[in-house]
Design a protein. Structure first.
Lengths: 116, 112
């Protein structure tokens, strides 16, 4: 079954304690991205990756890091989480054509993060 | 940077009534996508529009892409309780196929 898998689904952590949210897709998609969802603000892109070892900032990258060492995995790293990073996070993947055109996004189930 | 505005933010309708959500971009878009997110769920792709003036239908849902490729709409005819959820548009700026910008979404409630 084609899917995007995020872990964990729920996480409560303390300020400053490094954490990683994993994301894996089994569709051989080139394009992967991370979003955070906050009430009234929709989905805001944090980082995206056009392919292995190619990543770029989205609209709200501050406080986050990503890596793309393998095509299927795109982990989101919070080196020193703060309460304003409490949010619902989604990973997504898409097929990308040779010209860079990206098709529909497949989303993971989401990770609800609370930083206290 | 590119902004995608979506209105209304909330909409309550009686079952059987029609519903429309509008999406407006500050820049020309190469394409626009629509997603639906059920309560507690994740966004699920509905459709993509690419051509200026394009209209597509999926049963009771009608999607339009404006002539100037800066706005779009989703219209649902005769809503049902299964239509409940948040509808997002997402646009990709012309000349830049790299980034997808989502609107803030319209949360639809259907009263039985």
């Amino acid at each position: 079954e084609a899917q995007v898998t995020q872990n964990p689904r729920y996480l409560i952590t303390v300020t400053g304690k490094k954490l990683t949210v994993t994301c894996s897709q089994n569709m051989n998609h080139e394009y992967m991205s991370w979003y955070r969802q906050d009430p009234g603000l929709g989905l805001r892109q944090i980082y995206y990756s056009m392919n292995v070892e190619v990543t770029d900032k989205g609209d709200v990258p501050e406080g986050y890091k990503v890596s793309r060492k393998e095509k299927r995995n795109f982990p989101l790293i919070l080196e020193s989480p703060s309460p304003n990073q409490t949010s619902l996070y989604f990973c997504a993947s898409s097929l990308s054509t040779g010209t860079g055109f990206v098709t529909e996004a497949f989303f993971g189930q989401g990770t609800r993060l609370t930083v206290v | 940077g590119q902004q995608v505005m979506q209105i209304p933010q909330y909409q309550h309708v009686q079952e059987g009534e029609d519903f429309t959500t509008y999406c407006n971009s500050s820049t020309t878009l190469s394409n626009i996508q629509w997603y639906k997110q059920r309560p507690g769920g994740h966004p699920v792709f509905l459709i993509q529009l690419v051509k200026s003036g394009e209209v597509k239908k999926q049963k009771r849902l009608t999607f339009q892409f404006g002539e100037a490729k800066k706005n779009s709409s989703l219209h649902i005819t005769a809503t049902q309780t299964t239509d409940v959820g948040t509808y997002f548009c997402a646009g990709r700026p012309s000349g830049s196929a790299r980034q997808l910008t989502f609107g803030s979404g319209t949360q639809l409630t259907v009263l039985p």
